[in-house]
Design a protein around this ligand. Structure first.
Ligand code: FES
Length: 113
């Protein structure tokens, strides 16, 4: 498989309007929370990435079909909180660089810088 680069478009709500936060390029499969942190995108992460706080919740609005289904911990949180299919924990998902599409997410709990 050849080298490929993917783009992650990051959005958040500003009042009721969607606002572009960043467009991140990545060249290898990345944990989503790590990728956001590496680019200094403000996102809540109270438990430090252990699938317990759910503050890193995001909505995957593009590319969801290339992200692996929830594993046990994330599935438990999702059930407790009635997450929709698109609603995932950034700390628990990986964005595969070999996906046939770019990715887009909306951050549910952004923080200032
Ligand atoms: S950082 Fe707490 S669930 Fe992801």
């Amino acid at each position: 498989m050849g080298l490929s680069t993917k783009t992650l478009t990051v959005l958040k709500y500003n009042d009721a309007k969607l606002e572009l936060v960043s467009e991140i390029k990545f060249k290898q499969t990345e944990n989503l929370l790590d990728l956001l942190n590496a680019h200094k995108i403000g996102i809540s992460q109270s438990c430090g990435g252990f699938a317990s706080c759910t503050t890193c919740r995001i909505f995957v609005t593009k590319g969801l079909q290339y992200i692996k289904p929830r594993e046990d911990l994330e599935a438990e949180r999702a059930q407790e909180r009635n997450f929709t299919e698109q609603e995932r924990l950034a700390c628990q998902i990986e964005l595969p660089v070999e996906a046939a599409t770019d990715f887009e997410i909306i951050i549910a709990n952004p923080t200032e810088d």
